[in-house]
Ligand binder design. Structure first.
Ligand SMILES: C[S@@+](CC[C@H](N)C(=O)[O-])C[C@H]1O[C@@H](n2cnc3c(N)ncnc32)[C@H](O)[C@@H]1O
Length: 367
């Protein structure tokens, strides 16, 4: 793609600016990760992205302020309900973001945790724009990188952009739930979309001694694959509101059916806006409950809770908000346990998150 009207100096300064923001935002990533951000441009991967105004996503293409926005530590939404920003009309699109270029400082934290060395065989789930795949190519070497996304159009666009920017990884349209058996085993597996639990294929396709970095249960975890087939690790410190891996079984987005006018609660809905508490609450709510902002739904028994401020509207047989209230009390009593204090284990028999409190109490949750 053409980079006019920007000259090489402007583009270099823009990359230096982003690398400095990353260094300020993340916990001192390895110099080779920072060096990757200095060398791999972001702008070829996001010739258009959306800005949201009053619920409408409006496309923003190269022009006034565009380059500055591209090289800022921000998420850039590139697809809304399947409509790519490059194809969107000037009136924009309403809906939910379905693809984006991840927050660069979060990408840096994840790449740092992934510890990619030249020659490592790497699988990325969630190609999106292709920018992270380009960084992986810089770190591991093009021919060692495989990246998959669910949509043919997304994948074709990312492959073209990667080629234009001088990178040639394997880019495939596939359901990332199944990993990508064609290139297995991998030394490194990274997912840039969130899962409730680690798909079995990722565990199986990771080589012993290899690393997996993925948003699992609402926070980014880093696990090492053991020779016995299990993977064990910890959560990273960084907040991670990733778009979910879509497997075709997503709950509909209808407003929940009401049971009465709701009840009052001392636990304001906004407690769930704290990513540290949201992680803790999700663990207590259990694997069958899907949370979308302040709306909770249990796919097992149909219970729902929709919290608005200090009122919660309930539906179904169970009061899900009681679980949030109790979890909030424990979280405060335990002095707000941080994500990086939690362990995670995944094996053929099950997946468990653990936390040991300073008073010796241990907590274990099945994912
Ligand atoms: C945050 S974006 C990825 C950002 C990307 N790594 C980049 O650098 O631009 C998450 C991506 O996950 C993809 N995704 C969601 N469900 C998926 C699935 N089942 N298999 C593969 N990709 C999936 C989405 O299509 C979306 O492009």
């Amino acid at each position: 793609m053409t980079t006019a009207p920007y000259d090489d100096d402007q583009l270099l300064r823009a990359r230096i600016g982003l690398a400095s923001e990353i260094e300020r935002a993340s916990t001192v990533p390895a110099s080779r990760v920072v060096e990757a951000f200095l060398n791999v441009p972001r702008h070829p991967f996001v010739p258009a992205f959306f800005r949201e105004r009053d619920g409408v996503h409006l496309p923003w293409r190269a022009g006034d302020g565009w380059l500055r926005e591209v090289y800022t530590d921000r998420v850039l939404v590139t697809e809304v309900d399947g409509v790519h920003a490059e194809a969107a009309g000037p009136d924009g699109v309403r809906g939910v973001a379905t693809s984006s270029s991840t927050l660069p400082s979060l990408m840096a934290d994840m790449l740092d945790a992934l510890d990619v060395r030249p020659g490592d065989r790497v699988l990325e789930i969630g190609t999106g724009t292709g920018y992270n795949a380009a960084l992986l190519c810089h770190l591991a070497g093009d021919r060692h990188v495989t990246t998959v996304d669910r949509g043919e159009h997304l994948v074709a666009t990312a492959r073209t952009r990667l080629g234009e920017a001088g990178f040639g990884p394997t880019v495939a349209a596939a359901d990332g739930t199944d990993g990508y058996p064609g290139g297995a085993p991998y030394d490194r597996i990274v997912a840039t979309c969130g899962v409730r639990r680690l798909p079995r294929a990722w565990l199986d396709q990771c080589a012993p001694g290899g690393l997996l970095v993925a948003p699992i249960g609402g926070a980014v975890a880093r696990l090492t694959k053991l020779p016995d087939g299990r993977a064990v690790g910890r959560y990273l410190h960084c907040p991670a509101a990733f778009m979910p891996l879509r497997d075709g079984t997503e709950a509909d987005r209808e407003a929940p059916a009401r049971r009465g006018d709701g009840r009052s609660t001392e636990t304001d809905a906004h407690v769930l806006d704290d990513p540290g508490f949201a992680f803790w609450a999700d663990l207590h709510l259990g694997p069958t409950v899907v949370r979308d902002g302040h709306v909770l739904r249990d796919s097992a028994d149909g219970s729902i809770a929709h919290a608005r401020g200090r009122t919660v509207v309930l539906g179904g047989p169970r009061d899900l908000w009681q679980t949030v209230e109790a979890a909030h009390r424990t979280w405060l009593d335990l002095n707000r346990p941080r994500r990086e204090w939690f362990t995670v284990e995944a094996g053929p028999e099950g997946q468990v998150v653990g936390y040991a409190a300073p008073d010796g109490t241990t907590f274990r949750w099945s994912l």
